[in-house]
Design a protein around this ligand. Structure first.
Ligand code: SOE
Length: 394
């Protein structure tokens, strides 16, 4: 079979726009793929900025209205990298127009939005995916294999914290990530959502949650993002921070494993320390994004006297995705997580096979996020299934 062209329409062109465009370009370079991604059009409201992005990122054309992009019959995929309050409307319209859809995380602003998105992609029979990129770190894929092969046995604990510090200064402005109407929640939906996805991938569904949240800096000068996680103050006015700066969660998995999660943007010195440790009856696993090619493994039946965590360099040809890159010991990075994820998405599009994590996973994650918010608000421990039923009835 020759390669099938898949024409991409990307909505948004900033931090994640760059990550996705770069990944599409690299996929055929590194992977033996059946899909040839064609950067057909990029979309953004500011014409100067979007036309410049089209040039820089290699798109053949641009649009300034996503509705026009969706109507075009030379587009197969709508990829949504705009802020969270736009995901539902764009994704539903794209699915109704018969386009395959991928959206940045979290899937939606609310469970109700997530339900409608899931319904739209299912009814229209299109391929869908949510961009939980950390699942696609080779070390995490390898951890999954070790767990599935029973190498650490029954899992007792999943312990994750996702630590950043980019908003610690009170002078850091009120960007969209701090405005509930635009992003839905703070460290919870932005960071804990990733840890929860990895937890679901490695350990299974979450059954119960109990949580607390805090907003340390309640007012900030108004301003806008200027790059990845940088921003500038504009205007000199102050506005209210309406999301959590930090969240702590105690959880129970359906399997009986215990989960503890912490996500914060106030962990000074931690730029993007997304990490977890898993303790099982036969061993433990540890991983940390700031050293993403390493996986630490403890095996309980190692010889006494030689026991302890060993560090596996997950760069061997035998490791997930790594046979497509360099010789062992030659490291890959953050951008490769998007290459792997979008490669799986495009293979799904070409073969009509639903990849994961998809909107069904995104919706499950959304229910857990909403239950966590409700637990933090009410001070109650919640069953995720019962919470979902109350949302459905409402
Ligand atoms: C900002 O906190 C951010 O870019 C998140 O939005 C991403 O999902 C995370 O991977 C890195 O940090």
């Amino acid at each position: 079979m020759g390669k099938k062209g898949v024409r991409i329409g990307l909505v948004g062109y900033q931090f994640m726009g760059k990550a996705h465009s770069h990944a599409y370009r690299d996929i055929p370079f590194f992977f033996e793929t059946d899909a040839n991604p064609i950067l057909q059009a990029i979309c953004g409201r500011n014409e100067d900025a979007v036309s410049q992005a089209a040039d820089q990122m290699g798109f053949a054309s641009y649009e300034t209205d996503w509705r026009v992009l969706i109507e075009r019959d030379d587009i197969d995929v709508i990829d949504i990298v705009t802020p969270n309050n736009t995901h539902a409307e764009i994704a539903i319209a794209a699915a109704n127009a018969g386009k395959h859809v991928i959206t940045e995380k979290p899937l939606a602003m609310t469970v109700e939005e997530g339900e409608r998105m899931h319904e739209a992609v299912s009814r229209n029979g299109v391929i869908h995916m949510v961009c939980h990129n950390y699942r696609f770190v080779p070390a995490i894929q390898y951890a999954k294999k070790l767990i599935d092969d029973g190498r650490i046995g029954k899992i007792y604990h999943f312990r994750a914290n996702y630590l950043q510090d980019f908003i610690m200064s009170p002078d850091f402005p009120l960007i969209w990530r701090l405005n509930k109407d635009v992003c839905g929640s703070g460290a919870l939906g932005d960071l804990a959502a990733h840890s929860l996805d990895v937890a679901r991938f490695l350990v299974g569904e979450i059954a119960e949650v109990s949580a607390t949240t805090e907003t340390f800096i309640k007012e900030r000068p108004t301003g806008a993002m200027t790059g990845g996680l940088s921003a500038k103050v504009e205007g000199g006015e102050k506005g209210q921070v309406t999301v959590d700066d930090a969240v702590a969660i105690i959880a129970k998995f359906e399997s009986g494993s215990m989960g503890t999660f912490e996500a914060t943007r106030f962990a000074g010195g931690n730029r993007n320390r997304n990490q977890f440790e898993i303790n099982g009856e036969k061993g433990s696993l540890r991983w940390n994004m700031e050293d993403m090619n390493k996986l630490e493994l403890y095996v309980a039946d190692d010889e006494v006297g030689m026991q302890g965590f060993r560090t596996i360099d997950v760069t061997e040809e035998s490791h997930p995705y790594m046979d497509s890159y360099w010789a062992a010991g030659h490291m890959i990075g953050y951008e490769h997580t998007f290459i792997h994820l979008l490669h799986e998405f495009l293979q799904g599009v070409v073969h009509g096979k639903q990849p994961t994590p998809n909107f069904s996973d995104g919706l499950k994650n959304q229910v857990v996020l909403a239950a966590i918010e409700e637990s933090a608000r009410s001070g109650r421990r919640l069953s995720v299934a019962e919470f979902r039923d109350t949302v459905k009835k409402a």
